[in-house]
Design a protein around this ligand. Structure first.
Ligand code: GAL
Length: 693
């Protein structure tokens, strides 16, 4: 479906999707389980683990993520006996394995033999051994060692009946993405040469005429490490692309080493909205199944909305195919300032939201809590105190629920609305020296997403270059970087009858972080019917309001001096630097309509604006209780409504069918107690479109 072209198209050929029709790792069932690290425990504990996994309904575990030192105790000497034993044991227990390559954590011998393969950060500090993620992705020794161990594992276990899928590495780009080691800088120079071919083109693209940075020799081109003041932003943006490419090259090499022997699906776990170093539109095309890790950020009072955003984004990069929630937590994590335990029922709500938004696997970090090491205070499926605990009881009852929901496996989510999401725009907008540090990519993304979440409007995410014709409404909350080609795509979408809502600071720059010819937002000027003369950020603590057809909207941080080029004014600034000027505009263009919101309105203030936008798009969101999240999955002959009550009070829902979790018919509607979940099955209203959007 996607027609989005890579701006870094030099590697386009190797980015071809592998169209593989592979079986789901737990056929006909929702996968349930987590990371399993048995090397931390004596052999007799493994037997207990398998018995308790069965009790909990676990059917899939990820094994070996951190096992390199055991599997290859010395360079070239392998010990697979323990893994043979473990896989046989799991298989005998009916538990499938997602077998990992252990390359996120090379052994001590590796760094002793290849000390220059360590990562160097932007300040020139060498990352030492004794943690994880210390290896330079550009190191040829590291790459060779990774493909060797991946190939050995695949050769040995390709036909093991327990192995249902492969898990390459772990969270590429976390904790280390950027690497300023000598080999990385050499790889960067090669990458730039490949991308620009001539120094003239490089100098032009990176704007090196500014501050006298012109390059006359390739070997003089630096990497954007620490500099006395702001580093060249176009270079930093390319460096983000390079880093992403390097990581993906490493993934591909391991994947191909596995594929030479094995036929099972291959994945690597993403971090969706929490990732920075990986452009997941590109990554998703490289894996057989998309998988994602998500952790609640406890200072966020509405962390479940961030969770929903992450799940929708993951489903969207998966192009609506079933995906795996590879990790989340049963209760507290251990790496935040204050690690807040989940309240009773919260884990079930979290899991069901992921499921409702397309996940066909619910997995955790990790099965058994570790006694030692950096993560001993992290929750697990099996807590330190053992099975007679609240968390384990909830884990077991979630296993029962998911078994009751087996028929949802393979059903799809559909949305009429898309939010544009582009990692290149995230990389660019978060660079230094923007008009205001306080207008962030993620903040606007979240605000617009949360508005739709509260209104109960299902959304997909899309790349601005995608075919958007299947959507009634497209939102662009954070499109700071927008290429001329993508702006044309949006313009054509509106001309053909689409409705577009664009937020402030849009299309400020092109793919080189250069202001578009014609000024800020120029490529959208025609479709929006406005021009932007000047950005007018507000002082800290300053705010303004917008008169929107009698509604007083609260805004802060940002305003713009707009020039009307045919658009109607729908909101006027009251106070602030743009006092009296147009704040919100609407432009009829071709058969469609394009809106522009030139300031940072808050969640409440966005409500009246989107009501008018929904009307233009022909959408009429159904009334629903404020804190009840309703999600629909479409099967071949049934629809499933997943209802999650985030409030403490019971609520009555007009849902008719069979509640799959209780088995009861809900002919008079459903009363959902506070904090609880339900899944109501009814006859399909429309058939799902295969791979829509
Ligand atoms: C993930 C990581 C896991 C574990 C977990 C703790 O990001 O993949 O290995 O560290 O965090 O929350």
């Amino acid at each position: 479906m996607s027609n989005h072209l890579d701006s870094t198209s030099h590697d386009e050929d190797s980015l071809k999707v592998e169209e593989r029709n592979l079986p789901w790792p737990t056929p006909g069932a929702i996968a349930y389980g987590g990371d399993y690290n048995p090397e931390q425990w004596p052999r007799h504990v493994w037997e207990e683990d398998v018995a308790l996994m069965r009790k909990a309904g676990v059917n899939l575990v990820s094994v070996g993520i951190f096992s390199w030192a055991l599997l290859e105790p010395e360079e070239g000497r392998y010990d697979f006996a323990w893994l043979d034993d473990l896989l046989d044991l799991l298989h005998a227990g009916g538990i499938a394995v997602d077998l990992a390559t252990p390359t996120v954590s090379p052994p001590a011998w590796f760094f002793a033999a290849y000390p220059h393969a360590r990562v160097i950060d932007a300040d020139g500090v060498v990352m030492g051994f004794g943690s994880r993620g210390m290896a330079s992705h550009a190191s040829s020794e590291y790459r060779a060692a990774c493909t060797r161990i991946a190939g050995k594992l695949a050769e040995r276990y390709a036909n093991h009946p327990a192995v249902a899928m492969w898990h390459v590495h772990n969270e590429y780009g976390v904790p280390v993405g950027e690497d300023f080691s000598a080999q990385s800088v050499r790889a960067w120079q090669r990458w730039l040469r490949n991308r620009y071919e001539s120094l003239e083109a490089l100098n032009h693209a990176l704007g090196t005429a500014f501050w006298g940075q012109h390059y006359a020799r390739w070997e003089h081109v630096v990497a954007p490490a620490r500099t006395p003041t702001v580093v060249n932003p176009a270079m930093k943006l390319d460096w983000a692309r390079f880093t992403d490419d390097q990581l993906r090259d490493c993934f591909r090499a391991e994947r191909d080493a596995i594929r030479a022997h094995a036929t099972q699906p291959i994945t690597t776990n993403f971090m969706a909205h929490q990732s920075w170093n990986t452009d997941l539109w590109k990554w998703a095309r490289e894996v057989d199944i998309v998988s994602d890790d998500h952790y609640l950020w406890s200072p966020d009072p509405h962390a479940h909305v961030a969770l929903a955003l992450s799940a929708d984004l993951t489903r969207s990069v998966a192009r609506n195919k079933p995906w795996i929630l590879m990790e989340h937590s049963t209760s507290a994590v251990n790496w935040q300032g204050r690690n807040i335990a989940k309240t009773p029922g919260e884990m079930h709500r979290n899991a069901l939201t992921h499921l409702g938004r397309g996940a066909d696997a619910i997995m955790f970090f990790q099965w058994r809590a570790s006694r030692s090491g950096a993560e001993k205070f992290h929750s697990a499926m099996l807590p330190h105190r053992g099975p007679d605990t609240r968390v384990f009881r909830e884990v077991t009852s979630l296993g029962t629920k998911l078994a009751d929901l087996a028929e949802l496996q393979g059903s799809r989510v559909q949305a009429d609305v898309a939010i544009l999401y582009d990692w290149e725009s995230l990389w660019a907008q978060d660079l230094q020296w923007r008009p205001s540090d306080d207008l962030g990519f993620r903040e606007r993304m979240r605000c617009y997403y949360e508005r739709l979440w509260r209104d109960g409007v299902p959304v997909d995410f899309a790349h601005p270059g995608d075919d958007l014709s299947g959507y009634r409404l497209v939102l662009a909350p954070s499109s700071y970087l927008l290429t001329a080609a993508d702006a044309e795509n949006l313009t054509a979408y509106v001309a053909a009858g689409g409705t577009l809502l664009v937020s402030c600071f849009a299309a400020a720059v092109d793919e080189y972080d250069a202001v578009h010819p014609g000024g800020y937002g120029a490529p959208l000027e025609q479709v929006l019917g406005i021009g932007v003369e000047e950005y007018l950020p507000l002082r800290v603590e300053e705010s303004c309001s917008v008169d929107f057809g009698g509604h007083r909207l609260d805004a802060d941080v940002w305003a713009e001096d707009l020039v009307l080029e045919g658009a109607q004014v729908r909101g006027v600034y009251r106070g602030g630097p743009a006092d009296g000027g147009p704040a919100v505009t609407r432009n009829e263009y071709g058969a469609g309509v394009a809106w522009y919101v030139s300031t940072r309105v808050d969640l409440q203030s966005l409500a009246p604006i989107v009501q008018d936008v929904y009307a233009d798009a022909g959408l009429s969101p159904a009334e629903h209780p404020e804190q009840v999240e309703l999600m629909v999955r479409h099967g071949t002959s049934n629809d499933y409504v997943i209802a999650v009550n985030h409030a403490t009070d019971a609520t009555h829902l007009d849902l008719h069918g069979q509640d799959l979790l209780t088995g009861h018919e809900t002919s008079g509607g459903l009363t959902l107690p506070g904090g609880q979940v339900a899944v109501v099955k009814s006859e399909a209203t429309e058939s799902p479109t295969e791979g829509t959007h």
